[in-house]
Design a protein around this ligand. Structure first.
Ligand SMILES: [Zn+2]
Length: 472
């Protein structure tokens, strides 16, 4: 068994029993954290001096469509989610081959590691068949990341001679194949979930079928909610599902911004988890991210990056943004109540956002017994931030390492990343063959250009006036 001693670090544990001690060692044995404490003895262990490092749990990105990686940078001018769906699902997504899915997921997952994320919920709704599914999973496994693979389905254009996607139940045979095949065990780095339409995107009977299917195979189901009121496929879907006993801790909801107070209480009371993706919600949703609004009903926020076409899918960014977003909401409510500024302290602190980005995500994926904090017995999923670089050297001296990480850190500060006891980024470089990485980059760029050409997609960044960025 390999043993690694990370010596003399500032540990941001996200574990209340451990706190954020300085001058602390982390002993990793095999894939687990064996001990956290001062002056640990570890004969024969490989020792890494971490005197100038802050070590946090690896970030948990609870909602990302990793397949979208090649289409980064094209979405900033899209007016609403209509443009996202028109350009992506009804056009560019239909151009993906299994090979495209593979290179997209591989580079997308490596990019997550680069930013200090060690676990992703890969909400993979690009899959037309088993070949594509296997390509997506192969890529996640090759990247070295921990992933919950959310096997999803496509949302192609609706034509008169085909059944619209919202009437199509999840393919049982595919889940059976996966669950009795490579995903027969949950004791592996990449595990299975079902990324389903849910009642906002599919018909009610489809939602019932899909949630029952997930439960039959012992899987989490996850569904998107709609960003505008009055657009859901089933307006009263959540209360109906709750009444039938179909909502529980095994159902994850992405967004939920438009839930009424009653709906929010119902889904959280049932034990569902909710993942906020503040950036895409800010772009496309009529209501703010839920975040702290979940707390009064016993929910724990989790956060994710969602869609690569819009912005850098870094959990460092989205965690910081979630904090700012919630702080702004807090301040606005205080102001509306005539009580701004807060008399003594803020309701939301950067440590809350870090919790959402680590333990919150772990809970949403039902992995909180294994990951999400630097706790002995848990999997050794760690991010190490170098506090000597230009960006962090002053911030790290502020006395609050959480503040330094959540408010200041960037990918360049993430020098080392470990997943299940294995270094996947070391000394600032991904543990992935550089020649092969260069080939993947070429392949992803070729795929991007081919898909845009085939989809007659015209990207025209115009600084002024109307921006006819796409034709479908
Ligand atoms: Zn999404």
């Amino acid at each position: 068994m390999t043993r690694t001693l990370i010596r003399n670090a500032t540990v941001v544990s996200v574990d209340p029993a451990i706190g954020n001690p300085g001058g602390t060692d982390i002993l990793v044995e095999g894939d687990r954290i064996a001990a956290v404490g001062r002056n640990l003895a570890a004969a024969g262990a490989a020792v890494m001096d971490a005197t100038h490092f802050i070590v946090t749990p690896g970030f948990v990105n609870a909602h990302i469509h990793t397949w979208e990686f090649p289409l980064r940078g094209i979405g900033a001018g899209w007016v609403s989610s209509r443009d996202y769906h028109g350009n992506m699902h009804q056009n560019l997504a239909t151009r993906y081959t299994a090979r495209d899915v593979r290179v997209s997921n591989l580079l997308g997952a490596l990019n997550q590691i680069h930013h200090g994320t060690t676990t992703i919920m890969d909400w993979c709704h690009i899959l037309k068949d088993a070949e594509m599914t296997d390509a997506a999973v192969d890529a996640l496994e090759e990247s070295g990341i921990r992933a919950v693979f959310g096997r999803g389905t496509v949302k192609p254009p609706i034509t008169p001679d085909t059944t619209p996607y919202y009437r199509i139940p999840f393919p049982r045979e595919e889940i059976h194949r996966l669950r009795t095949g490579r995903f027969a065990s949950d004791d592996r780095l990449v595990t299975l979930a079902m990324a389903i339409l849910g009642p906002d995107w599919g018909e009610y009977d489809v939602a019932v079928h899909d949630i029952r299917l997930a439960r039959e195979y012992g899987l989490i189901s996850s569904a998107h909610t709609y960003g505008r009121k009055g657009k859901r496929k089933v307006e009263d879907g959540m209360p109906r599902l709750a009444k039938e006993g179909l909502l529980g801790p095994d159902h994850n909801i992405a967004h939920g911004n438009c839930f009424s107070e009653d709906e929010l209480a119902i889904v959280l009371d049932a034990g569902c988890t909710i993942t906020s993706t503040c950036f895409t919600e800010m772009m496309n949703y009529e209501k703010p991210a839920l975040l702290s609004r979940m707390l009064k009903y016993g929910g724990t926020p989790s956060i994710g990056t969602d869609c690569d076409p819009y912005f850098n899918s870094s959990m460092l960014w989205v965690t910081r943004h979630a904090f700012h977003h919630q702080r702004e909401l807090d301040n606005r409510s205080l102001y509306a109540a005539g009580a701004w500024p807060a008399a003594t302290h803020h309701a939301t602190h950067p440590r809350d956002a870090l919790y959402w980005a680590t333990m919150g995500g772990a809970k949403a994926l039902r992995l909180d017994g294994r990951i999400g904090s630097v706790t002995p017995g848990k999997q050794a999923d760690l991010a190490m931030f170098d506090t000597q670089g230009m960006n962090l050297f002053a911030a790290a001296e502020s006395g609050d390492p959480v503040h330094a990480v959540v408010m200041h850190a960037e990918a360049a500060d993430v020098k080392n990343v470990m997943v299940a006891g294995r270094w996947v980024k070391r000394d600032g470089v991904l543990a992935y063959d550089s020649g092969r990485l260069a080939k993947l980059r070429d392949e992803v760029m070729a795929a991007r250009l081919r898909m845009m050409r085939e989809g007659n997609y015209v990207y025209r960044p115009a600084p002024n006036g109307p921006q006819p960025e796409y034709r479908v």
